[in-house]
Design a protein around this ligand. Sequence first.
Ligand SMILES: [Zn+2]
Length: 237
Amino acid sequence: MTFWFILSFAFITILFFITRYLLNWLATSYKFQLFGKMINCVDTNEKALALTYDDGPHPPYTDNLLDVLGDFDVKATFFTVGENVENNLATARRMIAEGHELGNHSYSHKELVSTNLGTVRAEIQKTDDILSNLGVRSDIHFRAPFGLKRIRLPWELARRKKINVLWSIDPKDYQSLSAEEIASCVIRNVKPGSIVLMHDGGGDRSQTVAATKIVVEQLQHQGYQFKTVTELMALQA
Ligand SMILES: [Zn+2]
């Protein structure tokens, strides 16, 4: 009796940890998504990369960033949070007018792993509507808040034929690093087809703005071209 009890207990415990590991892997893997298309870089031989900025618009940092990008004639992709767009319409309009790509990073930046399907749908739809009303006509790609997805979010994105765009370089600009530290991480790790994650929202982003200037100057010097995510995907070998 005791033997069988211990065996069953051990079996259930092992099953619990395997399930937990698999669910965690499913949520955080940048290589696998249960439904629909996800990318974290583009397979190409061309010296090109995409700079992406999350969580804005967030003046004055987003506007400072637009100044830097404009000085170098570089187009970037902004994964915007719907409620921040509503609160900063002038900056959002400026992003569009200056030729940057706008993506959907949910309406309120909730994690969309444990939320119900109705919430997942509303978080995607509201931001799509806001961006469409601002005049965004191209496909609006999605980036999962915190990069997390499991079952419901990929299911809903697949239903809408939306691509979940993650990243291959994360210089962790949200960890109070200096501009030089952020920039050197990007420059050290860049390769053709890289997608770089940075943030214009969520805090004081002056170091990200300064890092962007260093990255653009040095990588343009190395012969790299800066593309929007959609342009980069068109280079897929
Ligand atoms: Zn985010």
